[in-house]
Design a protein around this ligand. Structure first.
Ligand SMILES: [Zn+2]
Length: 578
């Protein structure tokens, strides 16, 4: 009986392994593609807020790509502006990547809602933006930029100037581009009648990726940017203009052989500086905010309707407003958020009734301005809680439906264990499988110094990185095959083959359980909310490991057998000579 099972395994296992390798590859590609094409949840019917009384005539937003908060404090011109204005740290959404950040900074929508989840997004934004609202209101806007801003916002911007991205890592060329961008920004401020100008400077990102976010080169890039910030600030009239400087994300320090990265959840990637100065801004140091807060704050400064998909909160604490203006601004945000989240709650299948807005409206109409602000704030808190509840309910409903993803591999494992005879035979294959994971982990985290964060890829060639995860898995599995040959050197060859196959099956099973856990928690299809990105990244890497295990698993038994034969041969010879 056991011989028949072994023979069947010998014939069937190669097919199974090849199928697993191929299937894992497809699954990895599918999961990756999902994050690029994710459309965001449906929020049809979300409307912009009502217009308010303008505070400033012109707002200039300088986005310094990948500027760390700590480095921003070593920029002399920016430090002077910070002393004269509002200073607060801000946190990006996830992932801390460029296009998701550009989108949040122009729309107030985080990646989950905007659907701009990666840097491979290649279309105009699908959500409402400040540019669209300005156009609607007949106000002119301009973009002076180094990259994808034109793709995201081009259809709604009146004047766009794009500097070509310089040859990679050519420091003098990239510094020249920063100067060109500064010069063009000045020209726009002098000659174009715009209400809103975004200037995007990419030098710090370029240099940070090449040398790391704590390198002297990166600091020097920040100084180049600082010189242009000084020129722009000198051109502005603080009695009518407001300047806002921030970053799309930060940058890691980088490692020995390559530069920095971002995209993950590290504090240095998510924490970015915000400096606001000029018309309508009360100087001071303020508590941290979210990256999305900038958009409704700009809308309030310019008196524009808050974009329909904004998720940020207007920073009323740092704006100079009279009581009526403050109450109007608070209500404008409450109206916009009410419209957005009612649509969202309907999408989640929850009741969209949240009380309190009527009372806030009545207070504003009755001239009770402080009370209106208070009530609007309370309404927003209630709304946040309702949304959180609805998201959690929906998530756990879906998890209930997805339970088989986790239960099937667990039950199969339990069944195999129950049927295993003799029971003790499972110990060595299980230990060898454990050795595989320990060695792979040591190689990934210990030797290579990687983590399960998207920032790990920054400064590296992505395709090479992903391919190396599969080849690492192949190398480690074949190393374990050699160990298996040493362990079973004195066993008959069929047994070596059969035990080796068991070892590979245990590895496959352990990977299936990990994948099952991820798929149970987050699902294969990204519909209304992306997965936790750390887990998503690990799932993707696990699939690449599975590809390697599938293909190298074909060789494992024969390598183990070869090694066992060699050991037996050598031992036999020693016995002869002795
Ligand atoms: Zn960036």
């Amino acid at each position: 009986m056991r011989k028949k099972v072994a023979l069947a395994g010998l014939v069937l296992l190669p097919f199974l392994l090849a199928a697993v390798g191929y299937g894992a590859q497809r699954l990895a590609e599918f999961a990756f593609g999902q994050s690029i094409t994710y459309p965001g949840p449906s929020v049809e019917g979300a409307a912009p807020g009502p217009p308010t009384t303008p505070v400033a005539q012109r707002v200039v937003v300088v986005v310094v790509d990948a500027l760390r908060d700590d480095t921003s404090r070593q920029m002399p011109a920016l430090e002077r502006l910070r002393q004269a204005g509002a200073d607060l740290p801000s946190y990006t959404g996830m992932p801390s990547l460029s296009l998701p950040g550009y989108t949040t900074l122009g729309t107030g929508a985080y990646p989950d809602l905007s659907g701009v989840l990666t840097n491979w997004y290649e279309n105009p934004v699908r959500v409402d933006s400040l540019f669209a609202q300005a156009r609607q209101a007949g106000r002119r806007t301009a973009l002076v930029t180094m990259s994808s801003w034109e793709t995201l916002y081009g259809p709604w911007v009146d004047y766009v100037w794009v500097a070509s991205w310089p040859e990679e890592h050519d420091l003098s060329q990239v510094a020249q581009t920063t100067e060109d961008l500064g010069r063009e920004a000045l020209r726009v401020l002098r000659e174009e009648e715009v209400s809103l100008l975004y200037v995007h400077l990419g030098e710090t990102d370029e240099v940070g990726h090449a040398f790391g976010g704590t390198s002297p080169e990166y600091l020097e890039a920040a100084q180049h940017v600082d010189a242009q910030v000084a020129r722009i600030a000198d051109e502005l009239d603080w009695s009518r203009d407001t300047l806002i400087l921030t970053a799309d994300h930060g940058m890691t320090a980088g490692r020995r052989t390559y530069g920095g990265g971002h995209g993950g959840y590290e504090e240095v990637c998510r924490r970015v500086p915000v400096v606001m100065v000029g018309r309508g801004i009360a100087p001071g140091t303020y508590p941290e905010g979210g990256q999305a807060d900038i958009v409704p704050t700009i809308a309030t400064l310019l008196g524009l309707p808050i974009p329909a998909h904004n998720q940020g909160h207007t920073r009323l604490d740092l704006l100079v407003l009279d009581p009526q203006g403050r109450a109007e601004a608070a209500l404008a945000l409450a109206e916009q958020q009410s419209s957005l989240y009612r649509a969202y709650l309907r999408t989640l299948g929850a009741a969209d009734q949240v009380d309190g807005l009527t009372e806030a409206r009545a207070a504003l109409a009755g001239g009770e301005y402080d009370r209106a602000v208070e009530q609007a704030q309370e309404f927003l808190d209630r709304l946040d809680r309702a949304v959180e509840r609805a998201e959690s309910n929906r998530l756990w409903q879906e998890r209930l439906a997805r339970l088989p993803y986790l239960l099937v591999p667990l039950l199969l494992g339990g069944l195999a264990l129950a049927l295993w005879r003799p029971r003790g035979e499972i110990v060595r294959p299980a230990l060898l499988a454990l050795l595989f994971f320990a060695l792979y982990l040591a190689l990934y985290a210990g030797v290579r110094g990687f983590t399960w964060s998207f920032s790990t890829i920054g400064g590296l060639d992505e395709e090479a990185f992903f391919l190396a995860r599969t080849t690492d898995a192949i190398g480690v599995l074949l190393l374990v095959a050699v160990v298996a040959g040493l362990v079973w050197w004195n066993r008959p060859w069929k047994e070596v083959i059969w035990r080796s196959e068991q070892t590979v099956l245990v590895v496959l099973w352990a990977l299936a359980v990990q994948a099952g856990l991820y798929l149970w928690l987050y699902g294969l299809f990204i519909r209304w909310r992306p997965p936790h990105l750390g887990w998503g990244f690990k799932f993707y890497l696990d699939m690449l490991v599975l590809v390697g295990v599938g293909y190298a698993g074909l060789l494992f038994p024969w390598l183990a057998r070869g090694v066992s034969r060699v050991v037996r041969f050598l031992k036999g010879r020693r016995r002869h000579t002795a």
